[in-house]
Write a protein that binds this ligand. Structure first.
Ligand SMILES: *Cc1c(COP(=O)(O)O)cnc(C)c1O
Length: 344
């Protein structure tokens, strides 16, 4: 890996971050707070929340096995995806490399930040080859984006190929593990101590069933996390989100029940789906959704919308011609989908 100072934009490296009232004073004993121009009434909502979410991170440290100094929390993964562009990439000059097809936010954030996003096609099995990704990089490539299990394809990327990229690339490698709780494959979290250029993204939006609260996580070296903290909005995770996440984390095994149930429903739905006349191909899934090639994606999509059932039409995406992405719902919802399609 190149020295961090060489990878980070000059203005960010030398940035003096905003120092909020709650940053400057974080002791425990005080009881009169006249430092932040808050209203003394309407507790607890009158007070600014902890800018570093210490209580929540302490619980995540236990659940994830990652020290708090290696954790960044953001307003959804969206924030953790946007920040590295602003930290590492000089607009109009630098570029990033991502796989394709993959999650659309990497490209959108690149466009917003005026950064070129080079897309490297996966193979016919939606699998990753390290060399093709590495070959797309040049001296202006700051970040490589990987997503495993990948969206919209559903499969996990080959772990050895991912590690080869992380070990060969001189810049930052970000692995989005939004669906890792559903996967057979293990998280790359335990590779963090030995791979200082690795950033891992996770979220409470999927397996934790908490998309509404907007809580995304980045795990990385404490040096990278310190820069994330310097660049983020001071109070980027609001009090209600912190409280609800803490509530969820008190019972971390609850999500195992969601995961077990959804994987069981996924297997049942994929089996029945594969027997439908409209189904031409189902791609293997390591997530709470699957991708399928159907006879006529556009028409089937519209037919389902008419019945009040919404799936995701991914037909226009590279390698996904005539493909629908289907999220696993409850047994009842899945059966409603199947019976609608049997009448198609
Ligand atoms: C759903 C999803 C996320 C979650 O984003 P949030 O902003 O945390 O809700 C992140 N990455 C991928 C690939 C996803 O599919």
């Amino acid at each position: 890996m190149l020295p961090l100072e060489q990878l980070v934009r000059k203005n960010i490296w030398s940035l003096a971050p905003y120092s909020s009232a709650r940053d400057e004073y974080s002791g425990k004993e005080a009881h009169v707070f006249l430092d932040a121009n808050e209203n003394p009434y309407n507790a607890p909502f009158n007070r600014y929340p902890d800018p570093l979410q210490r209580e929540l991170k302490a619980m995540l440290e236990k659940v994830k096995g990652v020290p708090t100094e290696n954790i960044f929390l953001g307003n959804g993964s969206d924030e953790a995806i946007d920040l590295p562009y602003r930290i590492f990439c000089e607009p109009g000059r630098d570029n990033v490399v991502s796989i394709a097809p993959t999650y659309g936010m990497y490209q959108v954030c690149a466009d917003i930040n005026d950064i070129e996003c080079r897309q490297v096609l996966l193979d016919d099995h939606f699998q990753l080859h390290a060399n093709t990704v590495l070959n797309a990089c040049d001296k202006y490539t700051k970040i490589i984006w990987l997503c495993s299990p990948n969206n919209p394809t559903g499969n996990s990327l080959d772990r050895d190929e991912m590690l080869k990229i992380i070990e060969s690339f001189e810049g930052i490698v970000i692995v989005d593990e939004a669906y890792i709780d559903f996967a057979q494959q293990l998280s790359l979290r335990r590779e963090l101590p030995t791979h200082p250029n690795l950033i891992i993204l996770q979220t409470m939006s999927k397996a934790w069933g908490s998309a509404a609260i907007r809580l995304g996580m980045a795990f990385a070296s404490k040096e990278i996390i310190a820069i994330y903290n310097k660049v983020k909005y001071p109070y980027n995770v609001n009090l209600l989100t912190q409280q609800q996440a803490i509530e969820m984390l008190k019972d971390p095994y609850e999500i195992d029940k969601y995961v077990r149930q959804l994987l069981q429903e996924r297997n049942i739905l994929m089996q029945s789906f594969s027997e439908l006349r409209i189904c031409e191909q189902i791609f293997p899934s390591d997530a709470n959704f699957f991708l399928t090639r159907v006879t006529d994606a556009k028409h089937i999509y519209d037919y389902l919308v008419d019945k009040g059932i919404i799936v995701r039409n991914r037909s226009r995406i590279q390698l996904c011609q005539n493909c629908l992405r289907i999220t696993i719902g409850t047994r009842t919802e899945n059966n409603e989908l199947l019976s609608a399609l049997r009448q198609y």
